[in-house]
Design a protein around this ligand. Structure first.
Ligand code: IVH
Length: 688
């Protein structure tokens, strides 16, 4: 079909194609075509629309433009009020039981009537949005406002990739889909990471960020903020003869229209079902990729919902059952400085203990001096602490209040609080570092823990408490001292029985047989992670060659750039570090060595070429359906491939599972092949 002859038909076809692929990409996170192909289709549609402006329909993917600026947000009177949900603040099982009992009473059910079916959902922590579709096309998006009147935020909601501009298949003439616009935690962390790198203000939490972005007049504010959307109900509906009779079936229908509905939902029976859901989600809460502040229970049968009706603005058929909050205010007692393994100084807030996100928190990070200053916190302030998911607790801001007396602003110490060495900051960096290296006990402790770690020399039993005792008691000054420990000296330590002392000695003995890759990793060289260590070992084969390698030679190793090469070279340029290696060897540490892939050994590819993934670097992201990360890695390596931690142009393929994050995004940006587990198995099976 030629473009000139049938522009209208081709434009319609392109819109449908792009809509399909946008759904695969944004909603299902399972693209079928590379980004470049999507871009080509998009450009073709743009060209047709430019030539024939009449063909530019509001549901065209080209209309997700960013940069529309409004004078003010216009009010929108909701066709049906946007209700709120009654909140059950008793966070125990009794909260769920009370709701079920109330519903049964209000329905006049006898005690022996069968349990009621409920649809259980998550309570998303974002901003309620009403999406109005007419003849399947998104015509308006509005906020909840006071429930009667909200604000028109169509310009910003259009920029949310997950919100379809046209519904799939047949849609009722009028349908309003209601749900929550929110920001995933990883998208939020990435945004703040970028802000920190720029030295710009960080955002408080995902919810405020999402709500702030959506209510902005200029949709350019959406460009750097990736928002998501989950539908949870309907507003006005006209002309839907086949409208489902239950809430759960309504959600299915909404999902079939192409609007995201959270999979974490269930139809359960009675109070016991509610309690089980509440408990299950509580256990999973930290692992969810977004914040929730509770779960929601809804009577599933719409007919029962109608009988129950409303109490002022709240339906009697729904309740929100809360969880402990992920943000709390507490008093900042003191700001102290912690020194990490690489010498980085981190200001840490000592807090009046506070229950937040399900645990008691008494320390929280302030990241760095510059961020601390921007937040303007001082000792004695009331501060907001956030602990969500597995992110370490952080102070996100202060409650503005007059300080009763003068409190000096926090200063970074000029000398390391642990060893007294000079504290330095590289030009342009926001990080302060102790220059003491392994002279610094804090760095020494961290270095020992790293050395003993599971992925390094795997010395079981050498944990934080023991390392503290060993370093503080001056039994261990450097890594080699570990191998001079004997059971007699160990059992003299606090809480160390004879048996555990003997165990530790045995573990130390066992750790002496290692691999070059593990040993290189264990040394804790800055920027040398597990995979770089493995590359170095494979490339050079012998420790001496790694130690003697020039910056140029180091850069011959795949994925080693100038920064990493420099770091390795500087590490071994220090006589002290070479000595540590010598002493460890003298203590009996050993590993198999080879000729590696450099010099004299002939063509390295000859030995490797027979394997299907020889010379190829893959990246793993997300959770695979049946393989653990370790297993997938082992399979890839057995097939001659390598697993890298980051996606680059050199990456051969990205293997993505569920909850894949930024690496998947990066792969798409660079047009790298993305495969699932099955795809990986396919690769392993093919030759060459
Ligand atoms: S249903 C009739 N379901 O909670 C009830 N609301 O107080 C209408 N919210 O700001 C809302 N998750 O945006 C419903 N699964 C969920 C929800 C949910 C979050 C928010 C909603 C509104 C507030 C209601």
């Amino acid at each position: 079909m030629s473009l000139a002859a049938q522009p209208a038909a081709r434009a319609a076809e392109l819109r449908a194609l792009l809509q399909h692929h946008a759904h695969r990409y944004y909603v299902l996170d399972a693209p079928e075509i590379p980004d470049a192909d999507y871009d080509r289709l998009f450009a073709e549609l743009q060209a047709i629309e430019a030539a024939h402006p009449a063909l530019r329909t509001p549901d065209s993917p080209t209309q997700r433009v960013i940069g529309q600026v409004l004078d003010g947000l216009l009010p929108v009177v909701h066709a049906r009020p946007m209700l709120s949900i009654r909140t059950e603040t008793d966070t125990t099982a009794a909260g769920a039981q009370a709701f079920d009992a109330r519903v049964r009473r209000e329905l006049g059910l006898p005690d022996d009537a069968p349990p009621i079916a409920y649809c259980t959902e998550l309570k998303f922590d974002g901003l309620a949005i009403n999406l109005r579709y007419e003849d399947g096309v998104l015509v308006q998006a509005s906020t909840r406002g006071d429930g009667q009147t909200g604000e028109d935020v169509t310009h910003n909601v259009r920029a949310i990739g997950q919100v379809p501009l046209r519904l799939f298949g047949w849609a009722p003439p009028v349908i309003e889909i209601r749900g929550e616009a929110y920001m995933r935690r990883d998208d939020f962390e990435r945004l703040n990471e970028r802000q920190r790198e720029k030295g710009a203000r960080t955002f408080i939490n995902p919810r405020n960020t999402a709500a702030g972005a959506i209510r902005q007049l200029d949709s350019a504010g959406m460009a750097d903020k990736r928002l998501s959307f989950f539908a949870y109900g309907l507003g006005e509906v006209q002309g839907w003869s086949g409208q489902p009779a239950s809430h759960s079936a309504t959600l299915e229908a909404i999902a079939a229209f192409g609007v995201p509905v959270c999979a974490e939902r269930a139809v359960v029976q009675g109070a016991a079902g509610l309690v089980a859901f509440h408990e299950r989600v509580a256990a999973e809460r930290d692992r969810l990729p977004f914040d929730i502040d509770g779960v929601v229970y809804k009577v599933d049968a719409l007919e029962m919902q109608q009988r129950l009706g409303f109490l002022t603005r709240e339906p009697r058929w729904a309740v929100a059952h809360k969880y402990p909050a992920q943000e709390q205010t507490t008093r900042l007692d003191a700001i102290e400085v912690q020194v990490g393994r690489t010498g980085k100084l981190t200001p840490v807030a000592r807090l009046a203990p506070v229950f937040v996100g399900g645990t008691t928190v008494s320390n929280a990070t302030l990241h760095n001096l510059f961020e601390l200053r921007r937040k303007g916190v001082r000792e004695g302030d009331e501060v907001i602490v956030r602990r969500a998911g597995d992110v370490i607790p952080e102070v996100v801001g202060r409650i503005p209040a007059a300080r009763p007396h003068y409190v000096p602003n926090f200063q970074m110490p000029r000398a390391c609080p642990v060893c007294g060495s000079a504290v330095l900051r590289e030009r342009g960096s926001v990080e302060h570092r102790c220059s003491g290296g392994l002279y610094c006990p804090a760095q020494r402790k961290q270095a020992l823990l790293h050395f003993a770690g599971r992925r390094a020399l795997d010395i079981e039993g050498l944990g934080e408490k023991l390392v503290d005792q060993l370093v503080d008691g001056e039994l261990v000054r450097g890594l080699p001292d570990l191998y001079a420990l004997d059971a007699a000296r160990l059992s003299a330590l606090d809480r160390m029985g004879e048996k555990s002392a003997a165990n530790l000695v045995a573990m130390l003995e066992r750790s002496k047989q290692t691999t070059l890759a593990r040993f290189l990793y264990a040394l804790g060289i800055r920027h040398v992670g597990e995979s770089t260590a493995r590359d170095l070992a494979r490339h050079f084969g012998r420790m001496q060659r790694v130690m003697d390698a020039s910056v140029e030679a180091l850069q011959q190793v795949p994925d080693v750039g100038p920064v990493v090469a420099q770091s390795i070279q500087s590490f071994f340029a220090q006589p002290h570090n070479r000595e540590v290696v010598e002493q460890l060897r003298a203590a009996g540490l050993g590993w198999p060595e080879s000729d590696g892939l450099v010099d004299g050994s002939g063509d390295p590819s000859a030995t490797q070429a027979a394997l299907p993934l020889s010379g190829k670097t893959l990246v793993l992201t997300g959770t695979l359906p049946t393989l653990t990360r370790e297993e997938a890695k082992a399979l890839i390596e057995a097939a001659g491939g390598k697993v890298a931690g980051a996606v680059s142009k050199k990456t051969f393929a990205v293997i993505a599972g569920e909850e894949a994050g930024s690496k998947l995004e990066k792969a798409r940006e660079l047009g790298i092949t993305v495969l699932d587990e099955e795809g990986l198995r396919g690769l392993l099976a093919t030759d060459g």
